[in-house]
Design a protein around this ligand. Structure first.
Ligand code: G16
Length: 542
């Protein structure tokens, strides 16, 4: 039943920050998906008879690709594929299932927070046996293979009914269709004090969780309302839709503005949260206060011991380089390690596996721990709930006390989206050439202490990743970072990250953009962002 199909390479199958992401019509070209899948299978070894985990965020084209993966996994010799019912698995749940069932690896179909639908984005990501995204040496091997591929193998078999839980056989391979929520929900019960959170909800605590019509809906509904007793309507927009209801499932202050507005209103609930397309990102807003992802990482790390899963403390904290240094101060106080990695969750994998870090986080709304090898949106929300229940204080009170103890890192990210790739590349090149001359000079009255192009030396496997973002440090622990996004699907996205440290509690109430205004202007003076991009303003400010 196995058939070999002749094919030719596509030149554009290089995985980015998080797998291969392209527009749906690109993936719909004949052989495009198959080429990439075969390149994955050719690039890894030793899966004969083993298990592959498969699921996605339910976006347009998810179901079709699920069938292709099943047929090709059978032809390539896997012994079993575990699929989430309906082809659904959130990214953190997929990571958990790979680990729990000791699978060889997993295929996650998602373009994360990017829009979906027939003209929207799609993505394929390969995760390895530790449950985490394939490291660079694997993604490089996949890309190399995709440039030389001349055939793929598949089987002729009728499509599997992925909506019915149970076990079927495809060309001698077992396909197990499982409840996508059950294993994950059980793990959350083990990590967090569900009794305390239930009491919190019983006492009248009000929460709004926006699943943005993406994959977290069924998880949030079951866990928050089903198991924790939160009132009906706590979870909103909880039906995953192939086009996310026409919305952009990116939980930030632009695309989840309605949630932000609700939390700033006079009758606001106590706590608001949202997650993205594939459920790995989180947005956290308390009544009257937005918590930046960088602050959230620091506050979660400082309080994690209040949750049963972390009662023995943390081994270390890891953050991506552009993420603010708020977590560094917590690590220092706790006397534990702090690690600074390039953008991309895959860089945390080694630190987590080696037991060097327990909690990781990124400015891009990602936080997670060693319970899986992906960031985990709902996990962050549940840890917040656990902390709120244990401390009996509001998000605002917790944040203020945190800043008073550690100082406040004012932080913002400015994105310039869909810039012509050549222009963006030229801007970074020119800036790179300028770096050696910057230290010692002053811009807008602020003295530059150091400027470099971030390179990461993995302390576990010794690998080096260069050109991971330009950093310019000013006196007083302020900093700007510039890099190009690795997740966009059209043109280039320029990201400017701005951070200013403020130790004085009397100055912890400033408006963030106002507090950063000098640095923002300095960034343009130094890098010529507006001139290079031809834009007067960023497309998104978070
Ligand atoms: C992915 C990666 C994250 C990264 C984010 C933004 O998140 O997993 O590690 O921080 O992209 O990356 P970039 O700045 O290169 O666009 P997700 O949620 O899209 O998978």
């Amino acid at each position: 039943m196995t058939k070999t199909v002749a094919t030719k390479p596509f030149e554009d199958q290089q995985p980015g920050t998080s797998g291969l992401r392209k527009k749906v019509p690109v993936f719909q070209q004949p052989h495009y998906v198959e080429n990439f899948l075969q390149s994955i299978f050719d690039a890894v070894e030793g899966f004969e008879g083993k298990t592959l985990v498969l699921g996605g965020d339910g976006r347009y084209y998810n179901r079709e690709v699920v069938q292709k993966v099943i047929a090709m996994a059978a032809a390539n010799g896997f012994g079993r594929v575990i699929v989430g019912q309906g082809g659904i698995l959130s990214t953190p749940a997929a990571s958990h299932i790979i680990r729990k069932y000791k699978a060889f690896g997993g295929i996650i179909l998602s373009a994360s927070h990017n829009p979906g639908g027939p003209k929207g984005d799609f993505g394929i990501k390969y995760n390895v046996g530790n449950g985490g995204p394939a490291p660079e040496k694997v993604t490089n091997a996949i890309y190399e293979r995709s440039r030389a591929i001349s055939r793929y193998v598949t089987v002729d078999a009728p499509p599997v009914d992925i909506d019915r839980i149970g076990t079927v056989e495809v060309a001698g391979m077992t396909v197990e269709i499982i409840d996508p929520v059950a294993d994950y929900a059980q793990m959350m019960e083990e990590l967090f004090d569900f009794d305390a959170i239930r009491k919190l909800f019983k006492s009248g605590f009000r929460m709004r969780f926006d699943a943005m019509h993406a994959v977290t809906g069924p998880y949030a509904k079951e866990i928050l309302e089903g198991r924790l007793g939160a009132p009906d309507h706590t979870a909103r927009n909880y039906h995953p839709l192939p086009d996310f209801g026409g919305h952009h499932p990116d939980p930030n202050l632009v695309h989840a503005k309605h949630l932000y507005d609700a939390l700033m209103a006079p009758d606001a609930p106590d706590f608001g949260a949202a997650s993205d397309g594939d459920g790995d990102r989180n947005l956290v807003i308390g009544r009257g206060i937005f918590v930046t992802p960088s602050d959230s990482l620091a506050m979660l790390a400082a309080n994690a011991h209040l949750a049963p899963g972390y009662k023995d403390g943390l081994k270390g904290i890891a953050r991506s380089m552009p993420t603010s240094a708020a977590a560094d101060r917590v690590a220092e106080k706790l006397g534990i390690g702090i690690y600074e990695t390039p953008t991309g969750w895959k860089f945390f994998g080694n630190l987590l596996d080696a037991g060097m870090a327990t909690i990781c986080g990124e400015e891009s709304a990602g936080t997670g721990s060693n319970h899986v090898r992906e960031k985990d949106g709902l996990w962050a929300v549940l840890l917040w709930l656990n902390i709120l229940a244990a401390r009996g204080e509001s998000v605002m009170e917790i944040a203020r006390k945190h800043w008073a103890t550690y100082g406040r890192n004012y932080y913002s990210r400015h994105d310039y989206e869909e810039v012509e790739a050549d222009r963006a590349g030229r801007m970074i090149e020119e800036l790179r050439a300028k770096l050696p001359g910057l230290p010692g000079t002053s811009v807008r009255g602020m003295k530059i202490e150091k400027a470099d192009d971030f390179a990461y030396h993995d302390p576990v496997d010794g690998s080096t990743s260069e050109h991971q973002g330009i950093r310019i440090f000013f006196e007083g622990n302020s900093r700007i970072v510039l890099r190009l996004s690795g997740t966009g699907t059209s043109g280039a996205t320029v990201r400017l990250y701005i951070e200013r440290f403020e130790p004085d509690p009397a100055r912890h109430d400033l408006d963030t953009q106002a507090a950063l205004a000098d640095l923002i202007a300095a960034a343009d003076d130094i890098a010529g962002i507006h001139a290079h991009t031809g834009r007067k303003e960023p497309s998104v400010i978070t």
